[in-house]
Design a protein around this ligand. Structure first.
Ligand code: FES
Length: 172
């Protein structure tokens, strides 16, 4: 981490106070009991932080580092390595369309184009109402049911334009 980033983390942290909900704190305790030491629990705790705060901002990294008795730099390194920890605000629904080989061959590009057209956004963007973010990702391990996408924690497979319309219209 460079000096600029360290300063950004420290400045953001100084101004804010964030904390897991009661439920989150309880889940944290349960996670910590499953690992030999706090450092080993970093990934699941970051997943929990993502659930609680939606984005992993510098302030959240500092908070997680404090919980795990780690230098914030260690947390920053992990967050910057994994794309599944968003550092920018995402929509209530995050659509991840698999664009790897099997899905590509089976029409992932058409899936992306259709969603872009229907939502009026491009890959990497969020709808104006903040509801839906669209992303392209690598293989999600469901190649036999290509083309497919993941919305939050759910998989949607064997996609057709009609099916996509149904799914998107069904999002609350
Ligand atoms: S290639 Fe799309 S899920 Fe594997």
């Amino acid at each position: 981490m460079n000096e600029e980033t360290t300063t950004a983390i420290n400045e953001e942290t100084a101004s804010g106070t964030i904390e897991f909900s009661g439920e989150g704190l309880q889940e944290l305790e349960e996670i910590l009991q499953c690992y030999p030491n706090k450092k080993a629990a970093m990934l699941p705790v970051l997943h929990l932080a993502r659930q609680e705060f939606k984005t992993i901002t510098p302030e959240v990294m500092q908070y997680v580092a404090g919980l795990l008795d780690l230098d914030p730099i260690r947390v920053f390194d992990v967050v910057s390595f994994y794309t599944l920890f968003p550092s920018e605000k995402e929509g209530q629904y995050v659509i991840q369309v698999c664009a790897t080989l099997s899905c590509d061959v089976m029409g992932a590009r058409s899936v992306v184009n259709h969603i872009e057209k229907k939502l009026g956004i491009e890959v990497g963007q969020t709808t104006e109402d903040g509801k839906i973010t669209l992303k392209k990702v690598e293989c999600l391990g469901s190649c036999g049911t290509a083309p497919m996408m993941q919305i939050n924690d759910d998989y949607y497979e064997n996609l057709t334009e009609e099916r996509i319309d149904e799914i998107l219209d069904g999002l609350e």
